[in-house]
Design a protein around this ligand. Sequence first.
Ligand SMILES: CC(C)(COP(=O)(O)OP(=O)(O)OC[C@H]1O[C@@H](n2cnc3c(N)ncnc32)[C@H](O)[C@@H]1OP(=O)(O)O)[C@@H](O)C(=O)NCCC(=O)NCCS
Length: 222
Amino acid sequence: MSAWPFFDLKLHLGAVDLAIPTDDVVLQLAELAEEPIVPAGKEEWLPFLANRATDRNERLRRVMQFHWSTRANHSIDSWQLAFGIYFRGRPQGTISLYSEQFTNRRIVRTGSWIVQHAQGAGLGTTARSMLIEMSMRLLEAKYVESRYVETNAASARVSEKLGYEPNGYHIDDRLNPAPIIRNVILTRDRWKDVRPAQLDKLHIEGFDACKPLLVHDGMESS
Ligand SMILES: CC(C)(COP(=O)(O)OP(=O)(O)OC[C@H]1O[C@@H](n2cnc3c(N)ncnc32)[C@H](O)[C@@H]1OP(=O)(O)O)[C@@H](O)C(=O)NCCC(=O)NCCS
């Protein structure tokens, strides 16, 4: 078994693949940030600070450091799996699945971005649905959460399409002016009702070797 089994974790659905990037791929993903990820003036949409930098090299470095930090900071009680999103084999963005105290709480959250020229074609919805399905099916998550800046209509729509329900809001005080962040949540029961049938074809490789690094053994969900 690999000492870092996440490199072998792969999800495949039609033309879309998700995989944890090795360093050469981290560089390719960073290069996607050559172009700003959101239109000028909409920087507040990003839920994280990494891609807001206006200097190109600074933006690339922050994307790289983000991926490296997820490895360096991984523990069973606090983890973030930062996947590359590939369409027909070409990297198009990233989507993260993260959790704190997963064994007890059974909650995961996602965050993502896709290169501007590939936005609006269904990739974000497909990638998110793949991670929801892995979380519900293999990690036995009870809840999947997401958040979006309230003016971010594309992110709101992805959550709506996948059946998330409103779960309050908070203010992100890292920015000035501080945007309103909408929280949304998807329960296991709701997912059973809204789950897209195409997920029957989702193929996941390498999960069993990762599971002991994500949830404490012998404390399965009841
Ligand atoms: C948010 C994001 C990840 C979604 O991925 P995507 O591939 O663009 O999403 P999809 O194409 O699957 O779905 C987007 C939906 O939003 C809709 N949408 C897009 N822009 C919209 C807008 N300005 N107003 C209303 N709806 C909009 C699309 O029409 C689509 O809905 P539909 O299928 O009903 O037509 C991607 O747009 C992105 O990276 N945006 C910039 C970074 C970001 O905002 N990240 C998320 C922060 S929480």
